[in-house]
Design a protein around this ligand. Structure first.
Ligand SMILES: O=C(O)c1cccc(C(=O)CC[C@H]2O[C@@H](n3cnc4c(=O)[nH]cnc43)[C@H](O)[C@@H]2O)c1
Length: 223
């Protein structure tokens, strides 16, 4: 590790951290309290993967963070809760069969889960008071109680769902960079009620969370 001199002391340089959100409102909420690089890559796993991969080809990073608002699974992740993913799982990447859903890995392809570094997950949760659990990536926002129950059954540790984490994680993995996902809950996962989404409350929780997370992220190193 290269050390920098500051006022006669040797200090480790800050980790280079890239935070990827879906939309500009999320980017601006994170940027209010986090001084590192924050980009809005678009909604959904494909845009997230493409945008993150493009950023990673332009500059080196030590860590990539997928961040934004998300749906929370009741009763463990109510609106306003901050969730740090200990597992980032693509919940709808696979095949439907008469006997149920098969993840793409059961078909002999790719991966459906990325694991953020456990020590970083713990430090992030300790610093922010966030809950830790699986964050699911979906291409279709859950809109019925039946679908929410199916996801709960298939992913018993899931706390939240969103639409970008797995795409960000795939891009990070291709570049050999560790990944983290942080979500502030704006709505319950379940029957669609867009008017009930508490976006302002979630963006505030996201900003406050990143203020507490900043020293953890900046001091985090794999070596
Ligand atoms: O309308 C606004 O002002 C506004 C401000 C910030 C964000 C939004 C979004 O619509 C963000 C979409 C983004 O949110 C994630 N999300 C939120 N809830 C869920 C959910 O229940 N299931 C899946 N994804 C959810 C998702 O990552 C979207 O990209 C609007």
């Amino acid at each position: 590790m290269v050390l920098q001199a500051e006022e006669g002391r040797l200090i480790a340089p800050s980790a280079r951290v890239l935070v990827a959100t879906a939309v500009p409102a999320e980017r601006d909420a994170v940027a209010r309290t986090f001084p590192g690089e924050v980009i809005a890559v678009g909604v959904g796993p494909a845009r997230a993967a493409a945008g993150t991969a493009t950023a990673l080809t332009k500059a080196p990073y030590d860590l990539v963070v997928s961040a934004g608002i998300g749906g929370g699974f009741a009763p463990h992740a109510p609106v306003g809760t901050l969730v740090v993913a200990d597992e980032i799982t693509a919940a709808d990447l696979g095949a439907q069969t008469p006997d149920g859903f098969l993840p793409v890995t059961d078909l002999g392809f790719g991966t459906v889960t990325h694991l953020p570094p456990a020590a970083l997950v713990r430090q992030a949760a300790d610093a922010t008071g966030a809950r830790t659990g699986a964050v699911l990536t979906v291409s279709t926002v859950t809109g019925t109680a039946e679908r929410a129950d199916e996801l709960r059954r298939r992913h018993p540790t899931a706390l939240a769902e969103a639409m970008e984490g797995f795409g960000v994680a795939e891009a990070a993995a291709l570049h050999g960079v560790p990944v983290l996902e942080v979500r502030a809950v704006s709505n319950p996962v379940g029957p669609r009620d867009r008017a009930a989404w508490r976006i302002g409350e979630a963006l505030q929780a996201l900003a406050e969370g990143f203020g507490k997370l900043a020293p953890v992220l900046e001091s985090w190193k794999t070596v």
